[in-house]
Design a protein around this ligand. Structure first.
Ligand code: FDA
Length: 316
């Protein structure tokens, strides 16, 4: 009983691993232009430039060096080095002050799936990034990937937080387990980014119906806002932004004790409106050459993003 948009989402997430299609899309001349709306550029300098522009408009940023499912250790080290270079460039540009620019990490890009040692390799790389972030005076948030990575990611989080208590994590409202994870992570000093969840997940672990995901999001939101931690409310959904605002008020949350987060290029007017109204607003800013997986998830979420892309192809 899939509706057309659910069907589109499943199809797109299903084809996201089709390598032939991937090549066509990656090599289409228009791709670069269209990708620009959602991705800052290929190089460190692009990320720093776009971060500066956002910070100038009262928004903060969390920067993601694009890449996932790393298959060899040198790729994992290269990803780590990209973050180290980024953090020192941000620091030099004065952008890490007060945590204005922080970084988001995918453990799979740091080597999580490299066989039996994967967890240790990813953790070691993540440690080096955390130390660099600490030196620069800012923070790190772990992205959450598909449901098979939730436990290892939370285990890595616990280890990292022993040395750097400010390391944050994304939790996905579509998973049945997330309410409990929110309870476990609602303590003082904890930074949790609550999102709906972007991967195709089986019914055994995840709500499939949008309405059920939204209800779960609100339950999780309540737990986090009632807790002692720092909730990061990552959604473009106007209804959830409104509910979050009302709940934060009800819990007498100070404006700087939580933040909203949105993706680069999505609802920029709303980002500016929230920031202008005194809310903390952080933009997730991806950069790097490996933009394919990221872009397909954005298309799957919203057919309008796909139309935007196809229209670009047709007019080139
Ligand atoms: P959803 O896609 O359900 O849209 C709800 C409503 O929002 C729409 O009906 C529309 O009104 C509005 N809207 C959405 N997109 C719009 C657009 N392009 N233009 C105008 N209106 C729009 N996922 C994950 O699995 N792991 C992670 O670590 C992260 N990290 C992350 C960080 C940040 C900062 C964000 C914002 C999101 C993530 N995500 C994520 C992605 C997240 O799980 C989710 O897939 C997307 O945010 C889409 O869900 P929404 O909450 O935006 O609502």
């Amino acid at each position: 009983d899939l509706n057309p948009s659910a069907l589109m989402r499943q199809t797109l997430l299903g084809v996201s691993r089709n390598t032939a299609l991937r090549q066509v899309i990656e090599q289409a001349p228009v791709s670069r232009d269209v990708v620009k709306r959602f991705v800052a550029g290929d190089a460190t300098a692009d990320a720093v430039r776009v971060a500066g522009e956002l910070v100038d408009t009262r928004r903060q940023v969390t920067i993601d060096y694009l890449g996932e499912d790393t298959t060899d250790p040198s790729q994992a080290s290269a990803t780590r080095d990209a973050y180290l270079e980024l953090l020192s460039a941000l620091s030099e540009a004065g952008l890490t002050q007060d945590g204005a620019a922080e970084v988001s990490l995918k453990l799979s890009a740091l080597g999580q799936f490299l066989g039996r040692d994967g967890h240790a390799i990813a953790l070691d790389n993540a440690r080096q990034v955390c130390q660099a972030a600490a030196n620069a005076g800012t923070t790190v948030t772990l992205d959450m990937e598909d449901h098979t990575t939730t436990d290892p990611t939370l285990a890595a989080l616990a280890e990292l937080r022993q040395d750097w208590p400010w390391v944050g994590v994304a939790l996905q409202a579509y998973l049945h387990r997330t309410e409990q994870d929110c309870r476990d992570l609602a303590g003082e000093g904890s930074r949790v980014r609550l999102c709906k969840g972007a991967y195709k997940q089986p019914e055994s672990v995840a709500y499939q119906d949008k309405e059920d995901v939204d209800k779960s999001y609100v339950r999780c939101l309540k737990i986090l806002l009632q807790g002692e931690g720092y909730p990061m409310i990552a959604t473009h959904d106007p209804r959830l932004v409104e509910i979050a605002t009302v709940l934060a008020d009800k819990e007498q949350r100070e404006a700087d004790s939580y933040e909203f987060q949105m993706l680069l290029g999505i609802r920029p007017d709303e980002q500016r409106r929230l920031a202008g109204a005194g809310a903390k607003m952080r933009v997730y800013l991806p950069y790097g050459e490996d933009w394919y997986g990221y872009l397909v998830r954005r298309m799957a979420e919203r057919p309008a993003n796909l139309t935007f892309f196809l229209r670009g192809l047709a007019t080139k």
